[in-house]
Design a protein. Structure first.
Length: 242
């Protein structure tokens, strides 16, 4: 993709106007680490860095993370649980963590994203702005429906931070992206939530009866990934129930 235009709106309304133009392909520019991965025709970039969406705020038992918060900032934020900060730290190499944003991570939804798995077990809500409304969507619904929402801007992601969590993963080497990773959290309501990467086209919440049909690749077959998911889930459960 060739960027043929650049815009830096100062209001969300202005950004949405640019994204909603007919006859012009526009792409949202958050940190910019993913823009050049898109295929297709020429496009104009709409840069969100002037919208002041880079704050982390605490309210009761939830933390709201602005869409433009860099992963490196999230990894160092003391208002966020240490285990979730660690997932942010594992998301990308350090040179990219200082550029990539939370909103971009959610919008791009990598199948191997441990951070998204962590957000899922934290009952994450994605705050969206469109030309006609502002509303929240549960993260699983956003991941499923983001292509049909239409032109929108993610303004923040809020997460519940109470309770305790555990993470288990398997990779070829400690530095590799995990073949399968499982994140579990028992919230203050006593309910166990478990999410996994590497078992679907997206990180997903899983339960005892969730059918898994993981894609196979050079790192592991579908059967291998399915077995890993079962083993790692049992390990996470034991740790949380200990």
């Amino acid at each position: 993709m060739r960027i043929v235009g650049y815009h830096r709106p100062t209001t969300i309304k202005e950004a949405l106007g640019l994204l909603s133009r007919s006859g012009v392909r526009s792409v949202v520019l958050g940190g910019g680490t993913l823009v050049n991965r898109h295929g297709g025709d020429d496009a104009e970039a709409v840069d969100l860095q002037a919208l002041e969406l880079d704050q982390i705020t605490v309210s009761d038992d939830r933390v709201a993370i602005g869409a433009m918060v860099r992963l490196s900032h999230l990894a160092d934020a003391e208002s966020v649980p240490a285990w979730l900060r660690d997932l942010a730290r594992r998301e990308l190499p350090s040179t990219l963590r200082s550029i990539a944003t939370v909103g971009g991570t959610v919008a791009s939804a990598s199948a191997d994203s441990q951070l998204i798995a962590g957000l899922l077990v934290c009952d994450a809500l994605v705050s969206l702005a469109t030309a006609t409304a502002r509303f929240d969507l549960p993260l699983p619904q956003y991941l499923h429906d983001r292509e049909v929402v239409g032109a929108h801007v993610i303004t923040s992601v809020s997460v519940a931070v109470g309770g305790r969590a555990a993470v288990s993963r398997t990779s070829r080497t400690p530095a590799d992206v995990p073949i399968v990773a499982v994140v579990g959290r028992i919230g203050t309501d006593g309910r166990l939530r478990i999410a996994a990467t590497g078992v679907s086209m997206l990180p997903r919440l899983v339960g005892d009866d969730t059918p898994l049909d993981p894609p196979g690749d050079f790192r592991g077959s579908a059967d291998y990934r399915r077995g890993l998911a079962q083993t790692l889930t049992a390990r996470v459960r034991r740790e949380l129930e200990a």
